[in-house]
Design a protein around this ligand. Structure first.
Ligand code: GRF
Length: 194
């Protein structure tokens, strides 16, 4: 069976819980998916500890000079002959140069039920604060393809969670993160096998 080659992109001070959950799903389901490297944009990102513990290579590229960043990651992705890139806490905008240059599709996970609560500025706690303020009864996680507009690519997987018992944005975040962890690895596998 073909072994798929993927990379995980993170940025800033990413904690990497989706990355680790994905590794666990691949292991538990014995899936032939190899994570070639995890991109970090800050050398002191907490996700480094998880990569080291799990024995997955880290690739650092700073974003201060954006053109140099694009060139560096495009070269690395091409060299790695990837089948897919999974964004997991990559908060920068993916530009057309990157989309055209990397030579493989990209997925992202968003902590809400897209097309609601997506777009510019809708990341991290902002999403859960907005969901809470609107008094939503449910939220969830969406895995979608990445295009040059924030959170607008085709949806490939979505799972809902009841949040009627959540009393704060933080509680919603916790409930949604649990869903994210179960949905992303399986969505990656399903997408690779399409
Ligand atoms: C997740 O909530 C994900 O939906 C969003 O960024 C967060 C990353 O969390 N895109 P972690 O680093 O995987 O723990």
């Amino acid at each position: 069976m073909k072994e798929f080659r993927i990379a995980v992109f993170t940025s800033g001070m990413s904690r990497g819980s989706n990355f680790e959950a994905m590794v666990n799903v691949f292991k538990e389901m014995k899936l032939p998916i190899k994570i070639e490297f995890v991109l970090i944009t800050r050398r002191n990102a907490p996700i480094k500890e998880r990569c080291e513990r799990l024995g997955i290579p880290i690739f650092h590229a700073g974003t201060k000079d954006w053109k140099a960043f694009e060139a560096k990651i495009i070269t690395k992705c091409k060299e790695s002959n990837l089948d897919l890139i999974a964004l997991a806490g990559f908060m920068k905008q993916i530009t057309p140069t990157i989309i055209d240059g990397v030579g493989c599709p990209m997925l992202n996970i968003h902590p809400a039920l897209l097309p609601n609560y997506g777009g510019k500025g809708m990341f991290g706690s902002n999403v859960h604060k907005a969901v809470f303020a609107d008094g939503c009864k449910e939220s969830g996680a969406t895995v979608h393809q990445v295009n040059e507009h924030y959170d607008e690519g085709d949806i490939v997987a979505q799972e809902r969670v009841d949040i009627t018992k959540c009393n704060s944005p933080e509680e919603i975040a916790k409930a949604v993160l649990k869903i994210e962890h179960s949905v992303y690895g399986r969505a990656v596998w399903n997408f690779l096998n399409k």
